[in-house]
Design a protein around this ligand. Structure first.
Ligand code: ATP
Ligand code: MG
Length: 564
């Protein structure tokens, strides 16, 4: 389902309250004195826009209620996790503005508590060591229609279970040979409650605990303990965990935590026409279809940052999305709307010619240079003004000249007069071409009386921008479109492959920027008049060879939903 703007605003009003309502009630009833939320990433990849939603939601609630927000790495699975990802996740969360203060935790730091918890369950007769293989366990579990079958090991004595579990810990068994299972109910309508595995043997080195452990807790057992150890009150997660909530509550009840946290689920954020699944992004990276996890066409946080998105724009986006219990996709255009709105008043409007052609003003003195004072942002006078050099030879956009104009073309063509933005009126006198008939240079004359500022005697229909040829800064500019083909959809229905858009990147190598852009630093961004917002690429740009990414163009078909 795609959310229509109007529906979305309603949903926003309703949903913005659903988690808040629960918290209000809990506080009113004195269930908790203050609240604590957390963001629990698994360090197995880079964060994306969906995670940003979770981060800002959890952080925002903690802030709103004067509570605490924790960052906790859910690193209980040693197979997939890497320190590289820990660092990138920390950087991304911090960049988004979510401050965990001194509360950075690792689930692996709680392995001792988890082990003790498991022993406690065994002693209560609520857990047992099972020798069935993974396949057998699956077979015994039953289906939605049929109840499961009890494991033949289910009724081992507490003593035997304690001994076997200790043996598991001491490395006496091979991977998969034995597991520890919670003893709940093989006939439960909820499959997650049919004696789930809570500990497994895995002889693997963990990025944090090294070789200390060869048994590792399963997510459903570990997560509630992690939350409870930290005093988390509201454990917010996505809808796929709804069916796991009874198990979450069971673990906390059996381990007798006095103030157990409460799990609350909300719908994941999906965006139209973008790839978010880690598996697909990994493939794109490995096949070198994109330039790493931070390729500006992706929606990982690192990619958005490199492209030139700001934390404020993502905060605004997440706010507009609202929180809901129903799965839906949000129009990618809304993300673009948010960055445009954020940059509109903050950034200077510079002149840059992306597809240059030379314009010679034949009656302008050859060695003369004039400086025009140009407002940096007409809507925000606080940004001040700058001096822009002008001389006899300029660059203009190739598309701003037509030898034979089409109807309603008001830019340069022989005999026509236009305004050079912030400078003079010029009248086109002709052009030069190469042997293939390609225009190489346009000629014109200027009228000194039309100098910008107070000339009002006659009007022209076209205004074009320009860059002084002598002062131009050469640059590479990269324009982006969606990585996947909007018409065909993200995934190919037949084989699940990605429908890639062959035009997702256009590299323009001979762009000419105004002199004031010289020395712009990585991540600095600007508006280029008529072209959009652009950001200095943090990976490839150098002083000698500046590279800019287009963040977003100026035009949009996206309309903000009417606010109620
Ligand atoms: P992916 O499936 O994209 O790899 P994940 O859920 O495996 O993501 P985790 O590191 O396990 O990634 O998730 C950390 C937190 O982010 C979890 O609480 C998860 O529910 C939340 N989260 C993940 N994807 C989204 C999303 N699209 N929208 C909102 N929250 C999300
Ligand atoms: Mg995951």
């Amino acid at each position: 389902m795609e959310v229509q703007p109007n529906e979305m605003s309603e949903q926003e009003v309703v949903s913005r309250n659903f988690i808040e309502q629960i918290i209000d009630e809990d506080l009113a009833e004195g269930k908790y004195e203050s609240i604590c939320t957390r963001f629990p990433p698994e360090p197995n990849g880079y964060l994306h826009i969906g995670h940003a939603k979770s981060i800002l939601l959890n952080y925002g609630l903690a802030k709103q209620y004067g509570g605490r927000f924790n960052l906790r790495f859910d690193d209980t699975n040693p197979t997939k996790e890497k320190t590289e990802f820990v660092e990138s996740i920390k950087a991304d969360v911090a960049w988004l503005g979510a401050d965990w203060e001194d509360r950075l935790y690792f689930a692996s730091d709680y392995f001792d508590f988890m082990y003790e918890g498991a022993v406690k369950l065994i002693k209560k007769g609520k857990a047992y060591v099972c020798d069935l293989s993974a396949d057998e366990i699956r077979e015994y579990r039953g289906t939605f229609e049929e109840p499961g079958k009890e494991s033949p090991y289910r009724n081992r004595s507490v003593e035997e279970n304690l001994e076997l579990f200790e043996n598991m810990k001491n490395g006496m068994y091979a991977d998969g040979e034995k597991v520890l299972r919670a003893k709940i109910d093989m006939a439960s309508p909820n499959l997650n409650m049919r004696d789930p595995v809570i500990y497994r043997v895995a002889h693997m080195t963990h990025h944090n605990t090294g070789d200390k452990w060869c048994i590792y807790p399963m997510y459903d057992f570990a997560h509630p303990i992690e939350d409870a150890q930290e005093g988390v009150t509201h454990s917010i997660c996505t809808l796929e965990f709804e069916d796991h909530r009874p198990l979450y509550d069971w673990v906390l009840k059996e381990l007798e935590y006095p103030h157990p946290p409460k799990q609350i689920e909300f719908a994941k954020l999906y965006l139209t026409n973008v790839v978010t699944g880690k598996r697909y992004i990994k493939k794109l990276v490995e096949e070198k279809i994109v330039d790493g996890w931070d390729d500006p066409r992706l929606v990982s946080i690192a990619a958005l940052r490199r492209r030139g998105f700001t934390p404020e724009s993502i905060q605004k986006f997440v706010e507009l999305c609202g929180v809901s219990k129903a799965n839906s996709s949000v129009d990618y255009g809304m993300l673009e709307y948010c960055i445009r709105e954020d940059l509109k008043l903050k950034k200077p409007r510079m002149m840059a010619v992306l597809d240059p052609i030379r314009l010679v003003i034949d009656n302008y003195p050859e060695d003369q240079v004039e400086y025009f004072e140009v407002q940096n942002n007409l809507e925000n006078p606080e940004l001040g003004s700058r001096q822009v050099p002008f001389c006899r030879e300029l660059y203009i956009e190739r598309e701003d000249f037509m030898e034979e104009p089409v109807k309603k073309y008001f830019r340069l063509f022989p005999g026509n007069e236009v305004r050079l933005m912030n400078a003079y009126f010029v009248t086109c006198t002709g052009c030069e071409k190469d042997e293939n008939g390609k225009v190489t240079c346009v000629h014109c004359t200027y009228d000194p009386a039309t100098r910008t500022g107070n000339f009002t005697e006659r009007k022209v229909k076209g205004t074009i921008h320009w860059v002084s040829a002598r002062h131009a800064v050469k640059a590479e500019v990269r324009l982006y479109e969606n990585l996947v083909d909007e018409e065909k959809g993200v995934y190919n229905k037949e084989d699940g492959s990605l429908n890639l858009n062959p035009d997702s990147i256009t590299v323009l190598k001979d762009c000419c920027l105004e002199e004031n852009l010289k020395g712009a630093k990585a991540y600095e961004s600007f508006q280029f008049v008529r072209q959009g917002f652009f950001c200095v690429d943090a990976k490839d740009s150098t002083e000698e060879h500046p590279v800019y990414n287009r963040i977003v163009s100026l035009k949009s078909s996206f309309k903000l939903p009417a606010q109620s």
